[in-house]
Write a protein that binds this ligand. Sequence first.
Ligand code: HEC
Ligand code: HEC
Length: 268
Amino acid sequence: MKPSVAGWAKLAPILGMLLSLLSLTCLAQSASWPTHSQTSGNAFLPPSLKALQADAGSNPISLWLDRGELAWRDTSTGPSCANCHGAARSLREAVVQHPRLSADGQRLLNLEDQILACRKRSGKTNDHLESEEVLALSALLHQSAQGLSWQVQAPPAQQAQWQARLMQGTALYTQRIGRMNLACVHCHDQNIGKQMRADVISPAHPGGFPIYRMSWQGMGSIDRRLRACYSGVQAVMPPVGDLALRDLELFLKVRASGLVLDGPSIRR
Ligand code: HEC
Ligand code: HEC
């Protein structure tokens, strides 16, 4: 039995109840977009970006993957990732198991947190969560995990702490925030397929991260995308690496149980 799925099953009725109580009218329905809650974010791309995504020659993500390969084997300041871990592919299972609880059970660490900690082992002490090398390595590892499905679950020895993080993530997902006074659930469950400015609202699945976002002209992690949603509803943006963002990430990945990873993807 997968505790993660069981955890989600317990939460589903709460979300369902909330959904039936809420309504939102400011968004326009466009009939041509998917509305299914299991649909990958890639299905919500306009045709031009779908074409870019499919074309390895011009897809900017290719360059980031090359850069990730170089960083993986970089021995200029100490042992490389490859020295300690072998092929990047050998860590693909670890990709779908993050975020994980820290040993003391107090906080969740996502894949970029782990990469950052390991960069220090390679002698790279000036990095931070949004360093290009960290994002390039994240892209490489997520690419190698393409096709696997999310397997975040409670570690047997830390059931209670893990459930507490998941409950917190669920609470945040349904909590109204910002001057727009909207919760994640209003957009990403109740208004899937509706147009919001130039975007079409997707179910906010985690399978396309890290994303190359055209408006960023660069790679960004799920952490950065979540902060952008806080800003979108004119709420105070949590700082990079904030624990609330990790709790939300856990919630989103439990909610995505059974969905497969697309790997790094293009976004508008
Ligand atoms: C000196 C050896 C060493 C180097 C160099 C190193 N790591 Fe690690 N890595 C570890 C150890 C030990 C762990 C076990 C978890 C921990 O202690 O952080 C680990 C865990 C990981 C994990 C989680 C794997 C799992 O199965 O749980 C990832 C992902 C990872 N490292 C990525 C990297 C990347 C990317 C680099 C290069 C920047 C790198 N590591 C460099 C030693 C290393
Ligand atoms: C007012 C509507 C709105 C709210 C509220 C909102 N978002 Fe978003 N979100 C968007 C739009 C628009 C996008 C970009 C299009 C898309 O992928 O849905 C987006 C994108 C995302 C994505 C990226 C999906 C992908 O495949 O690229 C995630 C994850 C996400 N939001 C999570 C959240 C979380 C968690 C919250 C609550 C803290 C939240 N959003 C609140 C509108 C919203």
